[in-house]
Design a binder for this molecule. Structure first.
Ligand SMILES: [Zn+2]
Length: 94
């Protein structure tokens, strides 16, 4: 796509906005964390993929961030329950 810089396999910057690379859904200004504009799903890490992912600690989550427009999986991260999302700024702050 022209006029769009791919930042990852799933998120791009177009005209200063973070967008879903698959459908172009607006994920907010590129200078702000785009994850606030995504659909979030959290599951205990121990349920993510079997025993290999069981840390033995309660409250460790696997977060999925989905595009609200096309439901593409945009990113994942592990976090403790209640922690803010990892700041994922795609452009220099203005
Ligand atoms: Zn999308």
């Amino acid at each position: 796509m022209s006029g769009q810089d791919r930042i990852s396999a799933s998120v791009a910057v177009k005209e200063g906005q973070a967008v879903c690379a698959a459908c172009g859904h607006d994920l907010g200004p590129a200078t702000k964390p785009w994850k606030d504009h995504a659909q979030r799903r959290e599951i205990p890490l121990a349920q993510a993929g079997g025993q290999a992912y069981d840390t033995g600690h309660e409250g460790v989550l696997l977060r999925h961030f989905y595009c609200p427009g096309c439901a593409a999986l945009l990113d994942t991260e592990t976090a403790m329950a209640g922690d803010p999302a990892l700041d994922d700024i795609l452009a220099e702050r203005g």
